[in-house]
Design a binder for this molecule. Structure first.
Ligand SMILES: Cc1cc2nc3c(=O)[nH]c(=O)nc-3n(C[C@H](O)[C@H](O)[C@H](O)COP(=O)(O)O)c2cc1C
Length: 414
């Protein structure tokens, strides 16, 4: 039995594939085609294959030159993919719009790709209307971290990682509320801990200590609850240790991050380092910031939005890169909701496998609301351990006690 062409195409449309551009140079002319048939073949020696239609000029060019290069495209390189698939009829020279250079074999390499592999044809197998060219890799480079471009179901796409099964929602405002009494703050912390919140953060910089001390004195140390205190100098670290903090967050402005981190570790606390991206942070700026934190041997990294510069597009572009640099140190996201992108950012970050978020009850301090975030996660099957109804009740009590409307949505409805 044989299946018809349409069924075959429908079947293969279900196979998600990374998109590459296969190039060659023959008789001084550059050739290139978009190809999803690129596959790895062997490790020793390193070889890849690509299946090329016999009707294409590129087919003859590879056969006669005996060389080809594989360019693996990033998710932003849709235009390259279309041009090299012949979808831009008006373009005569496919290479002309894009920066490119020449690999050792002479095959063209596109400058902005994720990866390039320069190959010499080691085998060519007859595949009827295609030829399977196996190439032995003679040179190559992973040029930059980033998300690959995908082709699936006749559409272009990018990776959406399955959301993590469990996420931690950290509370980041109750301890900071300057218009609540110490007793009120302590009571809300106790109630939130009952409702499943297991980590609270608060600034405890030296110059705030006289204001914060009364609250720290009154806060109960509860089994299984972490207090993360933001610190900026040695005195603040000592105070945090004395209080019983399990985590300190070293302020990015602190002068000696390496020394402070070592001091905190010596006192038995975990160390959190922060990266605050600005709207125009380049990849290089982020890398420098990350390197400084890794040098300080932080245990976890908070990417913190001050001012609403993080968007879903930013997260898609940079999170996987930051995660790959961070290695085993988990990334915590502290988002800003001032432009209404809070939950969209939370959703995008879930798809990028972020497992911890700093949120606030009722959405105080421009953060996504803890209960709204928990609801979103709950609806996608992500476990947070948060009793959503309880937190909504606490948010309503806070709104009443503080005499102010809070921006969160769910607590007004439930
Ligand atoms: C997503 C995608 C994947 C493709 N994969 C292959 C492939 O693996 N092998 C191939 O021969 N052609 C493949 N093509 C088609 C070639 O890119 C296309 O036929 C060629 O660039 C057209 O060149 P032409 O306009 O000179 O005929 C693919 C096209 C697209 C859009």
């Amino acid at each position: 039995m044989q299946i018809d062409e349409q069924t075959f195409k429908n079947a293969m449309a279900q196979l998600a594939a990374g998109v590459t551009i296969v190039t060659t140079l023959h008789d001084g002319t550059r050739f290139g085609l978009t190809a999803t048939s690129t596959t790895s073949v062997s490790i020793e020696p390193p070889q890849v294959l690509v299946s090329v239609a016999t009707r294409l000029d590129s087919h003859r060019a590879i056969a006669e030159s005996g060389v080809f290069a594989v360019n693996i495209l990033g998710a932003e390189q849709l235009e390259e993919a279309k041009v090299f698939a012949g979808m831009r009829q008006e373009i005569e020279d496919r290479f002309e719009p894009f920066e490119h250079y020449t690999a050792a074999t002479g095959s063209p390499i596109l400058a902005n790709v994720l990866v390039w592999l320069d190959c010499e044809v080691s085998h060519a197998y007859d595949g009827e209307d295609h030829t399977i060219y196996v190439g032995r890799i003679v040179d190559g480079e992973v040029k930059r971290p980033g998300q690959p471009l995908l082709y699936y179901g006749r559409r272009w796409g990018r990776v959406a990682t399955l959301p993590p099964s469990r996420v931690q929602l950290i509370e980041g405002s109750v301890l900071t509320l300057s218009d609540a009494t110490v007793e009120q703050r302590v009571k809300w912390v106790e109630d939130l801990a009952e409702a499943g919140v297991n980590r609270f953060r608060a600034p405890a910089f030296s110059d705030m200590m006289d204001r914060q001390q009364a609250m720290l004195d009154a806060l109960p140390l509860i089994e299984g609850i972490d207090y993360a205190l933001a610190v900026d100098d040695v005195a603040a670290i000592d105070a945090a240790a004395e209080f019983g903090a399990t985590i300190v967050e070293i302020a990015p402005s602190a002068p000696d991050q390496v020394g402070l981190a070592a001091q905190a570790k010596a006192l038995g606390m975990r160390v959190n380092g922060q990266i605050i991206p600005s709207p125009n942070s380049s990849l290089e700026d982020l890398k420098n910031k990350m390197d400084r934190l890794l040098e300080a041997q932080v245990d976890e990294i908070t990417v913190s939005d001050l001012g609403g510069s993080i968007t879903p597009a930013w997260l898609r572009r940079y999170l996987s890169v930051l995660t790959s640099w961070a290695g085993p140190s988990p990334i915590i996201l502290q988002l800003d909701d001032r432009f209404g992108l809070g939950l969209a950012n939370v959703q995008t970050a879930l798809e990028e496998d972020v497992r911890a978020f700093v949120t606030t009850v009722g959405g105080l301090a421009n953060r996504p609301a803890l209960e709204d975030s928990a609801y979103l996660m709950n609806q996608s099957g992500v476990v947070t351990g948060i009793e959503i109804g309880e937190v909504c009740g606490i948010a309503r009590q806070m709104s009443y006690a503080l005499q102010r409307q809070m921006p969160g949505r769910l607590h007004k409805q439930m």
